[in-house]
Every structure is written in C-alpha cells, then in structure tokens.
Design a protein around this ligand. Sequence first.
Ligand SMILES: *[C@@H]1O[C@H](CO)[C@@H](O)[C@H](O)[C@H]1NC(C)=O
Length: 395
Amino acid sequence: MTWMFLLGVACSGAWICPKVKAAAFIRRLWNEPKHTKILADMSVKHAKPNFSPSQVSEIMKRLYNLTPSEIRPLPSYDDQNFYVAPSEGGEYVLKIMNTEDSKNTTIIELQTHAMSFLHQNGLPAQTVVPTTSGQLMSLEEMDCGYGCQKYVVRLLSYLPGVTISKVPLTPKLLYEAGRMAARMDEILQKMDHPHLSILQRDNFIWSLSNILLLEGYMSVLDGDPLQKVMKSVIHQYKNSVFPKLSSFRECINHGDFNDLNVLVQPDDNNGYKISGILDFGDMSSGYYVYELAITIMYMMIEHPDPIEVGGPVLAGWESVFPLNEDEKDCLYLLVLSRFCQSLVMARYSVKLHPENEEYLMITSRKGIKILQQVWELGKEHVEKVWFQRAAQFNK
Ligand SMILES: *[C@@H]1O[C@H](CO)[C@@H](O)[C@H](O)[C@H]1NC(C)=O
C-alpha cells in the first residue's frame, strides 16, 4: 500500500500499522471512485475478511493438504494475512483478500503473475503455492458474521526479513534499493500476459503522469502556505515535464517501492541486503524514471538528511539502467510531484475522515518539511548534490 508518511509511528508489534491503515484506506477510495461513499461509510468494515484460526486450518488442509502447527496473524488493513508453519515443514503466508478486491480475479491473476515472473528472474518476490488441484487461487465462500461472502485465498511463500524502515539507510543500502528497483522494472518490462492492458490505468491518482488531477483537490489546502508550493510544482511540471514525456522510456511500474514494501536481511558484511519486495497493488503502465523518483521520495522520508538520499539511489539505479538527458532533467520535479501526491491525498483523507487526523498529520509533518526544503534549495542545487554524489559512488 502506498505512500503514507509514517514517521515516528512505530509499526512493530502493532496489529495494524497506522501508515498501512491510512494508505490502504485511501487506495480503496481511489480504486473505487464511484463507490467512495458506500465504501467509506459501511462496507469497508465488512469487506475485510475475518477468518478464524480453525477456518484457516481447515482451508490449509482442504486446499493444500498441509497441517498447520503454527498460525499467526500478520498485519494488513485491506486483507487478512496469516503466517502459517505446517508440520510438514516450510513457512507460508495465507492471504485472504477483501471482498471488494476478490471481485476482480483478473487483477489478482496479473499480480500473481508479476510476482512469480520476478521470482523466476531472481528477484525476491513471493510466489504462489498451487492448491492440490493446481489452482493459483481459490474463491472461498465464507460467513464472517455478515452473511456469506466470497474471498479469494492464495498461499504465498514467506519471505524473511524486516521492513527497510527499521534499519539505518546507509549509502550502500540506498544504492541497493536503487539497483533493485531498476532490476525490477527491467524484468517487469519483459513480462507478457494476455491482460497486460488493464495496467493502463488512465485516471490512476498515483501515476506520476496524472499530476494535473491534483488540481481538483487543491482546495483541501486552502489557507495553508503549502498550497503555493504545490501549485508551483504543478506549474513547473506542466512546463518542463510534459514536453519531455515522449522521450521517457516506458515500462510497467510497481509504483509503491516504499519503506514498508521492501524487506531487508543482514548480509555478510555487517550491512543489509534486500530480501523482499511486497505489494503489487499499485502496478501500472508508466516510465522507468517514475519508479526511481518514487524510490527516492520514500527513502528521503526515512532518512535523517534527506538530500543525501538521491545520489546513492541514483547510482544504484544507473548501474542497471542509465537515464537519458530528459529523464535526468525531470527527476527533481518528479520527486517533488510524488511528495505532492502524498500530501494532498493525506489532507483529502483527513477532510473525509477527521477521525484519522491525528496520525495522518503527525505522519505527514516530515514530508511537508522535506518538500519545502527541497523546493527552496532549488533544482540546480539539489541536482548538483544528487549527481555529484552519484558520480562519487561509482568511482
Ligand atoms: C477488472 O479490472 C480491470 C481493470 O480495471 C477491468 O478492465 C475489468 O473489466 C475488471 N473485470 C471485472 C470482472 O470487473
């Protein structure tokens, strides 16, 4: 799930991380614009599965012929995830999708396909374990207390590690993040699937092609000095990014390479390596440079000195996929644009649901500070720091 600003809100041990919760909530609104009201009012509560451990155990036996010796809930706002260790050995995640997402199995099929394609190509994505009859998902009809509803169930491989948000973002780890994001996009671009066209999500609010959609939400910032900065970013985007879009190289974006969707594990040199890439719910057709901008933005949020992030991430990225001049020239504005998307959507969410204000505001404060700082430093200065650091890194 996308983008929220966590900052200072500890996720460890929390059943539902506030960041995950807010992000999932907003994504739900966005995926279903027509149903916003209904979803916001009531069915959100009832869309989430509420399977009991004994139902999980029964499913594991019936669909996979496995006998769980340990079942433990894992955090998820949209869905219900269980860590399952069967007595036959191995570790798995049983993912039970919410009723809304369970309605469109084509999208789920495509996500499953992307994950296994990345895995086949050596990237740490989860894979799906087929049922004993060879199905990649099963539509389970279950009464979770709101009458019988249908839930898509999949058994996924379990990936070890902690989220990258929990460990120090050293230049080396940032380099690895950039390199991993670029490798991921290179592989996704080679993926084939009969339904790839559904990734052409034209009005997807999180696509960096759709920055102008934010204009429709600017009023949520009335009276806030931040509005002026955002308007300027959008204005510059129109003037300097739009004319260059045609020279960006196309690809399929994961679209949400954030600090909660990337897992790390200790490596052999007292550092960390990336051990997992999660959550393919924001995949869409886009451009390579978008993924880079998104990666830089999220790593900046987690870093004590945000301006230091761009260089190592860019160096890692370019070790796989060097940018062309136009892509390079737009990077600064694309990073700023992603900040704008997140901040506007956070405010919008608060407006719709004031009860979420506390964590939304605590958590977006740092994002606002970084946006202002990076804006005030200006394109030339920030690019100089990023490009110089990147060049040093490659020496
Ligand atoms: C599933 O979603 C895709 C993309 O939004 C859409 O094109 C397709 O018609 C949907 N299918 C169903 C069964 O709702």
